[in-house]
Ligand binder design. Structure first.
Ligand code: GCB
Length: 615
């Protein structure tokens, strides 16, 4: 079996040398085959492994670790099926275990797992017919947080990070007829994790997104980037990488609607840059979310994607979409499933959440606080919603720990590698509300530099904290220097002062760059009514929104907003009985779909363009 690495081909091709930190991580991971990033995985034919998986709860992780806490070679009991006459007691017998549904978090499936944080074993049988000259990958949409996989007892990969997809090669482990896959998924929080111990959202565990088998030829198109040139709007450019490809091999790129078919040649790094002159291209925008079929093929492989073409850049304090200034009328969204709660992971969830954003009058969504799934991005592309996509560098990570930086960079590789062809995404967010320390600034500057090497076509942002001097709020966090667009969060009227405090608040912004207020808001229990000064009522929340608008309109370089948050979401930090009941209640809509008053206040302001700079 050919070994693949995490290393994005784009980086190899650009001759960029791995940071010492990333190299260190790779060598640590060398023990297990490492998964690869696949662009457009959802565009390939797949054999679904979704459904019911046998599941064994293993809080002490005794299935993987021995009584002296050494990792058992190959998972011992767990990597094989119990056989009659086994010499050892088989305590982990999947045939006797209850099941859990995949894709889904385990917390909302079984009452006893609601607060569970730890490892759970999954097992599923499947039949398979190998084909000649075909490689097979186990595609995992997401497994939160740390996961291990075995196919027919052979370890096929290990992965850290709960919100990105990855692909483990199983070609050598899979065989004709009956097969079985075992996964261990552990959502234990770690100080050196990304995110770390503290978050304000539910730590949903499990195989939270779809799992499938993807078949590809021996040489296959693993990554590609197809976008409109920033400098010439009649040229589509980018690159294609063919895993296992060789110099001189042909790659065809076809855009049927534009009547284009252009051939390129792979270089010694199995990569080619592409450049395709086009005429009469209808550019992608929120008003005209045009998507074009793009077919990329080699002699043996082909993938067809749907891609929109637009440019995004900044000029002074403006954000320019297709060369024209735009104000981002947005809302923040967690990947929380409407109506049923739990992790959002279906096309229907995406349509509901983004449908509400459209109803609100948005042209923009902040997908907080981690990469959301492919269905959200496909829906945003086709519905015409610009997207802020975020790496889970949230609050206080171990910023002086090189291994943590390597983990953040690995998650960026996966986020950008899988979703780089979505026209909707305009902003890569590096972090949220991080403490202003030198180690933090160095960490995120490095992360931002890395993101730029992976994708120089989009804007880099982060949600910063602000400080105050009396009635003046100051945005001068040194991290601002590393960003193209500055996001900032503030909770005037909720965590400080009263809703009216916004009327007298002034802002001093040390950067001549576009600003987005990436959060403001207040808690409100849907259906709870009272006076405007009564916390938790819909009236209080509505009042916060009204008072914010005037203040925001006085910030000259404000170019966007994404109030917190579209829908109530589960958080263990929110225990207030009969109000919160383990939900963060800052949603404009309850988890059961009830719209609160503030929804209509924001909707009116967006539709009448009374907040923000009219274009
Ligand atoms: C924040 C965080 C967000 C929280 C929110 C809140 O500043 O960025 O994750 O959920 O405040 O509700 O307090």
């Amino acid at each position: 079996m050919k070994r693949l690495t995490f290393l994005p081909n784009a980086l190899i091709a650009r001759g960029i040398i791995l940071t010492a930190m990333a190299a260190a991580l790779l060598s640590v991971c060398n023990a297990a085959p490492v998964p690869i990033v696949l662009t457009g995985a959802d565009r390939r034919p797949a054999i679904s492994l979704d459904g019911n998986w046998a599941a064994i709860v293993d809080p002490y992780f005794s299935g993987l670790f021995s009584f002296h806490h050494e990792e058992k070679k190959n998972g011992f009991f767990l990597n094989r099926k119990a056989q009659p006459g086994d010499p050892f007691p088989t305590e982990y017998d999947f045939s006797k275990a209850p099941t859990l549904k995949v894709p889904a978090d385990w917390n909302t499936q079984r009452e006893s797992l609601f607060f569970y944080e730890g490892p759970i074993w999954y097992e599923r049988d499947f039949t398979y017919q190998p084909k000649e000259h075909t490689r097979v990958f186990l595609h995992v949409g997401a497994a939160n947080y740390h996961s291990w996989f075995w196919v027919n007892g052979q370890k096929v990969c290990e992965h850290e990070g709960g919100y990105t997809s990855f692909n483990c090669e199983v070609t050598a482990a899979i065989h004709a007829g009956g097969n079985f896959v075992v996964a261990a998924v552990d959502n234990t929080r770690h100080e050196d994790g990304v995110p770390t111990l503290e978050t304000d959202w539910w730590n949903y565990g499990g195989l939270t997104r779809s799992v499938s088998l993807i078949e590809v030829p021996e040489e296959f198109i693993d990554q590609y980037d197809v976008h409109l040139s920033q400098t010439n709007d009649s040229v589509i450019e980018g690159w294609v990488h063919v895993e296992g490809g060789h110099a001189g091999q042909r790659v065809l790129v076809i855009l049927p609607e534009l009547d284009r078919m252009v051939s390129f040649t792979l270089d010694g790094n199995s990569r080619t840059t592409i450049r395709i002159p086009v005429a009469d291209l209808e550019r992608w925008s929120p008003e005209t979310p045009n998507l074009y079929e793009v077919k990329i093929s080699t002699a043996n492989d082909s993938v067809t994607d749907l891609i929109g073409f637009r440019t995004i850049e900044t000029r002074g304090t403006e954000i320019l979409l297709n060369g024209k200034p735009i104000f981002l009328r947005g809302i923040s969204i967690h990947a929380e499933a409407p109506y049923r709660t739990g992790r959002a992971n279906t096309d229907k969830d995406a349509e509901t959440l983004l449908g509400w954003a459209k109803e609100l009058g948005c042209n923009f969504v902040r997908l907080a606080h981690y990469p959301h799934d492919e269905s959200m991005l496909r829906a945003a592309d086709s519905m015409g919603l610009l997207v802020w996509s975020e790496n889970p560098v949230y609050w206080a990570l171990q910023f002086d720990n090189p291994k943590v930086l390597a983990k953040a960079e690995q998650q960026l590789d996966e986020e950008i590698g899988t979703s780089r062809n979505h026209a909707a995404i305009i902003l890569w967010s590096m972090a949220n509300e991080t403490p202003n320390t030198e180690a933090r600034t160095r960490f995120i500057e490095t992360e931002a530099g890395y993101a730029r090497t992976l994708d120089p076509t989009r804007l880099i942002t982060a949600a910063l904290l602000v400080r105050a001097d009396g009635q003046t709020k100051i945005i001068d966090d040194p991290l601002g220097k590393a960003l193209d667009v500055i996001g900032f969060n503030e909770y005037i009227g909720w965590y400080e002062g009263h809703p009216e405090s916004a009327d007298t608040t002034e802002w001093r912004v040390e950067y001549q760059k576009p600003l987005i207020v990436s959060e403001f808001g207040s808690g409100a229990k849907a259906g709870l009514h009272g006076e405007e000064n009564q916390r938790w009522t819909e009236e209080y929340q509505a009042s916060i929104y009204r008072h914010q608008f005037g203040m925001l309109n006085r910030i000259p370089q404000l170019r966007g907003m994404s109030p917190w948050v579209l829908m109530d979401f589960r958080s263990p930090n929110r225990p207030l009985t009969s109000i919160q009941d383990e939900f963060n209640r800052k949603g404009l809509i309850s988890d059961q779909g009830q719209k609160k008053q503030a929804f209509f206040i924001l909707q009116k302001a967006y539709k009448e363009k009374t907040v923000g700079k009219p274009e």
